[in-house]
Design a protein around this ligand. Structure first.
Ligand code: ACO
Length: 380
């Protein structure tokens, strides 16, 4: 029996995929043949079409996708009621995970895993996830939910349902870029979890709920909230160095927003988001978060170099200051990530259901052997 262990499944290929290619040494991220740097020109809807259908849409295909998504944009009343019942202090990722799971109960055919049904549910989730997150945030602020505006794009509607105000073109473009950059990333933890869950031929809602649960963790999508919490705790550029040194001195101390399993150089998404953050800082005059981020990278580079290591910013690092400058509270950053990643998760579920094999790795047993059973009263 082969007892080779790949901890954290590091370097293990579990299947083939047509969706995403990452070159971690060169810092390249490719969605279905297109470099991510070029895709920032596209709208999120165009990228969804690319991920789900294999290529960018024609105008007619784009309109069809938008129309299809509009059909399901309104949330069932029962799900809004469920969100209303959440205690004021409930974490937004807990609320989102619960609400997505609850959507299954309002679906007439939640369990079918044929392509047509999976596609129908995927389109409904694409439309509803931004509305769920927007509704969630409005309720937390003691405000009434906003009915989505069918004339707005997914990015526009997301901002609209969050704020209740029609967003500017500039803010919509920033949100579009953020959604595109976070849409897909190969066999990352949450996508692997979603695929593994689907591999039992359970339903889409269960697989996506599992994906959301995985994304929430601070080593994955939860890191963007962690970055903002750290920046808030640090408070000023002068305090950055002390914070980094103190954190690294702790056992297993981690600076959120740095490091990646696949990238050995700077994450290409961090490069793009750095430019966005820099522009927003300049335009808004609120440069503190961006300047603290640059200082954090400078100190991390220096400290990691001492250990002969390169631990570079990942996608979560600059997204924190971007979202801050768009006015979102820190604990909403991971739900925003989930809104974007629904497209990638669904692209992978299409692949998984189309050619399924149960995901079932093994553990090498190292526990005791050969023990003898004794009845309960005879045990010491
Ligand atoms: N801060 C400090 N040191 C780090 C960091 C970090 N953020 N990331 C990696 N390192 C160091 C580790 O201490 C480790 O050193 P060691 O070998 O002396 O123990 C070495 O780099 C390798 O790190 P691992 O944790 O073994 O790498 P792994 O591939 O398992 O982990 C991970 C990747 C979880 C992303 C890690 O870099 C990390 O914890 N980062 C902080 C959390 C974060 O930003 N997550 C978001 C990732 S992007 C995303 O999921 C969307």
């Amino acid at each position: 029996m082969d007892e080779t262990i790949y901890r954290g499944l590091n370097g293990v290929n579990v299947d083939t995929s047509q969706i995403c290619f990452i070159d971690g040494d060169k810092g390249e991220l490719i969605y279905r043949g297109y470099d991510i740097r070029e895709l920032t020109e596209a709208s999120y809807e165009e990228v969804v079409h690319l991920l789900w259908n294999g290529d960018l849409p024609t105008r007619a295909e784009l309109e069809a996708l938008r129309a299809e998504a509009q059909e399901d944009v309104v949330l069932p009343d029962g799900v809004v009621d469920l969100l209303r019942c959440m205690p004021a202090g409930a974490g937004p990722m807990h609320a989102l995970r619960t609400a997505v799971s609850a959507l299954a109960a309002f679906d007439p055919n939640p369990d079918g895993v044929d392509h047509e049904n999976v596609r129908r549910i995927g389109t409904a989730l694409l439309a509803r996830m931004p509305v769920l997150v927007g509704t969630l945030q409005r309720l937390r602020e003691g405000k009434e939910p906003v009915v989505p505006n069918p004339d707005l794009s997914i990015a526009g509607n997301f901002l609209y349902t969050l704020t209740g105000e029609e967003p500017s073109e500039a803010a919509t473009k920033v949100m579009d870029v953020a959604l595109v950059l976070h849409a897909e990333h190969g066999s990352n933890a949450s996508t692997f979890v979603a695929r593994s869950t689907a591999s039992t031929l359970t339903d889409v809602y269960s697989a996506i709920t599992a994906g959301i649960a995985s994304l929430k963790g601070p080593l994955h999508g939860g890191a963007n909230t962690g970055v903002m919490n750290a920046l808030e705790e640090i408070g000023s550029v002068e305090n950055v160095e002390r914070y980094v040194l103190d954190t690294l001195a702790k056992p297993n101390g981690r600076i959120m927003g740095f490091g990646h399993r696949v990238y050995k150089v700077r994450d290409p998404r961090a490069n793009i988001l750095e430019h966005v953050a820099e522009r927003l800082a300049r335009e808004s005059g609120e440069s503190k978060w961006f300047e603290m981020s640059l200082e954090m990278e400078r100190v991390m580079d220096r400290e990691m170099a001492k250990k002969g290591r390169e631990v570079k910013p990942n996608v979560d690092f600059f997204s924190a200051s971007v979202y801050r400058m768009l006015g979102f509270p820190a604990d909403m950053y991971t739900p925003i990530f989930a809104v974007a990643r629904i497209s990638g998760w669904m692209a992978h579920l299409f692949e998984q259901y189309a050619d399924n094999r149960l995901v079932r790795p093994r553990l090498v047993y190292e526990g005791p052997r050969g023990k003898t059973f004794a009845p309960v009263d005879q045990r010491a």
